[in-house]
Design a protein around this ligand. Structure first.
Ligand SMILES: Cc1cc2nc3c(=O)[nH]c(=O)nc-3n(C[C@H](O)[C@H](O)[C@H](O)COP(=O)(O)OP(=O)(O)OC[C@H]3O[C@@H](n4cnc5c(N)ncnc54)[C@H](O)[C@@H]3O)c2cc1C
Length: 374
């Protein structure tokens, strides 16, 4: 069977690329190793950016809560509560969100094969050969959307120097009063985990609670237990526990090779401060789809994709990376600054979740607090 494009991995990156390319009348085959819908280790925070980006979709059926309050703590001390008039982020469960996108791709005409793990691929002069345990498939181009441990990247010899954080998360059924008190609110703590942060995200009938760090040698299991105890969450039932790497975007890397292109986590596209990856999975899928159309129709170079990612995504990641280094090295000092200058934190939340960019934040701080010029 020959397709125009084979996409490996049906997370948000792969599913959205399949949707976009099928909409543009290409013959698209999406290969996913898991049975769908599948669980994915994730806080499931969808920022307003995601909503604006896929405004053609009605996501209301996959939304579990709308967030208008964030409680910031440092080592569980000195809470700063920020309230927003409008929801600045939305909670989902990834099995539902990702499956929604897969179904949009299917409706647009993409072919989906689940429980089909890609085990190898070969780039040839005029085609790509993709191998699974049972079959092999041929296409003109291949997209690697197979996540942070991308086999596609590995086979292409790309992303060898990818740095990542490790996150550890539990889905817990907590007592009713705890769930109710958490409605509409996310908690973020910098300090309880060395070199990282902890979160409580409310879902319809449970909480997603996690810890993540860039530091080596941190016992994340112990940190998460500690976090739950100190947040006074007890009598809960754990129904899923997962550990997963989280790539840190910010470094320029080659993201294409001959007839292949990497998107989403496979391309390392995660905000190094907030850990947001879903928006960048969608955005890179969109850019890659447009490039592939141009490559097919007007002999544009596939390498243009890396240039566009470097221009449109990396500059923001670079700024996020600088703030991340400050955050994780001086979290106590920064928390004291935020208590005095709450607007900085509010602005940061607006950047991470909403309408502003890290560049806006830098300009704002430079104008209002010249001593803190970056
Ligand atoms: C604990 C944790 C919390 C997070 N919280 C958030 C958050 O709140 N908000 C946010 O925006 N981001 C969050 N992220 C990041 C987000 O989960 C990722 O950035 C996002 O999933 C990237 O999407 P993707 O499609 O690139 O990859 P993935 O979602 O990882 O999808 C890759 C797909 O490829 C499939 N696959 C892999 N190998 C193969 C193969 N060989 N053959 C076929 N299929 C294959 C996998 O089964 C999977 O379905 C979090 C990450 C972690 C680990």
């Amino acid at each position: 069977m020959k397709s125009d494009i084979i996409i490996v991995g049906a997370g948000p990156a792969g599913a959205y690329a399949a949707y976009r390319l099928a909409q543009l009348d290409l013959d698209v085959l999406l290969l996913e190793k898991e049975r769908l819908p599948r669980y994915k280790s994730c806080g499931g925070g969808l920022t307003s950016k995601v909503f604006r980006f896929v405004s053609e979709f009605n996501l209301s059926n996959v939304i579990e809560d709308e967030i208008t309050r964030v409680v910031f703590t440092h080592d569980l001390e000195n809470p700063i509560k920020l309230d927003f008039a409008e929801p600045f982020t939305y909670m989902t469960m990834r099995n539902r969100f990702d499956y929604f996108l897969v179904n949009q791709a299917k409706k647009a005409g993409a072919k989906i094969k689940e429980e089909t793990e890609v085990v190898n691929l070969e780039l040839m002069e005029d085609k790509v050969q993709v191998y699974t345990a049972e079959n092999n498939y041929t296409a003109r181009y291949v997209i690697g959307a197979d996540g942070v441990r991308s086999l596609v990247a590995q086979k292409l010899g790309l992303m060898n120097d990818l740095e990542y954080a490790i996150a550890y998360e539990k889905e817990i059924k907590a007592p009713y009063q705890v769930l109710e008190s958490q409605r509409g609110t996310i908690n973020l703590d910098y300090g309880i985990v060395h070199g990282g942060y902890s979160w409580i995200f409310p879902k319809k009938d449970h909480l997603s609670v996690g810890v993540g760090t860039f530091a080596k040698g941190v016992d994340l299991r112990e940190s998460l237990e500690d976090y739950l105890v100190r947040e006074k969450i007890s009598d809960y039932e754990v129904f899923k526990t997962t550990g997963h790497p989280l790539p840190a975007g910010g470094t320029k890397r080659e993201l294409t090779k001959e007839r292949a292109i990497l998107i989403g986590d496979a391309a390392g596209l995660v905000d190094p401060l907030s850990g947001e990856g879903i928006f960048y999975a969608l955005k890179s899928a969109d850019v890659a789809s447009q490039i592939l159309i141009d490559v097919i129709k007007s002999s544009e170079s596939i390498k243009r994709y890396t240039d566009l990612v470097n221009q449109e995504i990396l500059p923001e990641f670079r700024k996020a990376e600088l703030i991340q280094k400050l955050f994780f090295s001086f979290s106590g000092l920064l928390h004291k600054l935020f208590i005095k200058e709450e607007w900085i934190l509010k602005k940061l939340i607006e950047v991470i979740y909403g309408n502003d960019t890290y560049s806006d934040l830098y300009d704002n701080i430079e104008n209002r607090v010249p001593l803190l010029k970056f």
